[in-house]
Design a protein around this ligand. Structure first.
Ligand code: C5P
Length: 279
């Protein structure tokens, strides 16, 4: 029976870089949420592994064992023809191959995914794989392995904007001058959207400046979001930026305006997943 998996976009609503390990990886403190837009994966069981990449962002995605989807399928014990539909820009701060790989592992191991796969093995696939194995809002610390679910995060109307440039994550980290920045504050969102905005308004994405230095079009993206969004910032190491809105109608209208002004950009109005019941 064909397995179908949805890999929602990962968004770093905040991303504080608080240090660097001897090995070079950086210590992070980030509030991560997921949105209702993403890649899709189908695995049709057979006795040989093969991979086909389709969708609007298929260009440049390896269709062999280098792809994290292939490696995750092997870890999960799946063998067959994999079809990966890339609906999201990759190298874009939205999870990319890590989100795809994590979705396969989540499908195979369910809620017990961390013990099923092993945290170390998941982390070895990609630093964002562990956080993407659960689609609830989470605080991510360490180099990506310390995860805690965050309650009371509301579902928000969001607009994602990517200007079509790929900014390599290692290059962005290399340009970051200050590595020991203050940690993220305690997430407060019990009072709903307004309180959540006020919390986010005091946090940062420390990678925004180095990413903007590498790809100045990121400043244009933030400028495009600024007149309409209640809060806007870059996600991950960029170049995708997000804007939060009070309603779906406002998000849709903003997305239409940005698309009209910048027809070559990828612009998507969607919703983030809020905190569900914590088990
Ligand atoms: O693990 P992943 O391949 O997703 O990471 C891509 C690159 O991002 C790493 O090679 C490293 O340069 C940088 N990175 C980092 N600290 C992290 C996560 C990623 O320096 N916590």
């Amino acid at each position: 029976m064909t397995i179908e998996v949805f890999a929602p976009a990962k968004i770093n609503l905040t991303l504080h870089v608080t240090g660097q390990r001897a090995g070079g990886y950086h210590l992070l403190d980030s509030l991560v949420v997921f949105a209702d837009v993403g890649d899709r994966i189908w695995i049709e069981p057979s006795d040989q592994m093969s991979l086909e990449v389709t969708g609007p962002f298929a260009d440049g995605v390896p269709a062999d064992g280098r792809n994290l989807v292939w490696q995750a399928a092997e870890l999960a014990g799946y063998t067959g023809h994999i079809r990966l539909q890339k609906n999201l820009p990759h190298g874009a701060g939205l999870g990319g191959g890590s989100a795809d790989a994590a979705a396969i592992l989540r499908n195979r191991f369910g809620d017990d995914v961390i013990s099923g796969v092993g945290l170390e093995r998941a982390l070895a696939l990609g630093a964002d794989v562990p956080v993407c194995m659960c689609t609830q809002p989470q605080r991510m610390q360490g180099i990506g392995e310390k995860l805690s679910r965050v309650g009371s995060v509301p579902s928000c109307a969001i607009v994602l904007v990517n200007p079509g440039v790929c900014v390599p994550t290692p290059d962005v980290f290399r340009l970051l001058e200050q590595k020991d920045n203050p940690a993220m504050g305690t997430v407060t969102a019990g009072g709903g959207f307004e309180e959540f905005l006020s919390f986010l308004g005091h946090q940062r994405n420390d990678l925004e400046r180095p990413a903007g230095t590498l790809a100045p079009v990121i400043w244009d993206v933030l400028d495009a979001l600024s007149p309409s969004a209640r809060l806007f910032q870059m996600s991950g190491s960029g170049a995708t930026c997000y804007g939060l809105y009070a309603s779906d109608a406002e998000a849709n209208m903003a997305a239409d305006h940005i698309t009209a002004a910048y027809p070559d950009w990828w612009v998507c109005a969607t919703r983030t997943y809020g905190s569900g019941p914590l088990s």
